[in-house]
Design a protein around this ligand. Structure first.
Ligand code: ZN
Length: 66
């Protein structure tokens, strides 16, 4: 699996919003579309295909503007 590049430049030392989430700055609902896809793929890999909510699916598609 290729990891898509983070689409949200944070202007900080953090390289991606997944890193920001790991460090507690943001939550999984704040991830950019690329990182949302990585997050979903990772958890699907752990727990099998999950029933992702509409919010997650829309964000993964990049159709939700913030
Ligand atoms: Zn990101």
């Amino acid at each position: 699996m290729t990891i898509p590049a983070c689409q949200t430049p944070k202007g900080s030392a953090l390289s991606s919003c997944i890193e920001s989430m790991a460090e507690g700055w943001i939550t999984s609902e704040d991830l950019c579309p690329a990182c949302t896809r990585s997050f979903i793929a990772a958890l699907d890999g752990v727990a099998g295909p999950l029933d992702w909510s509409r919010g997650y699916r829309r964000r993964a598609e990049g159709t939700e503007s913030r």
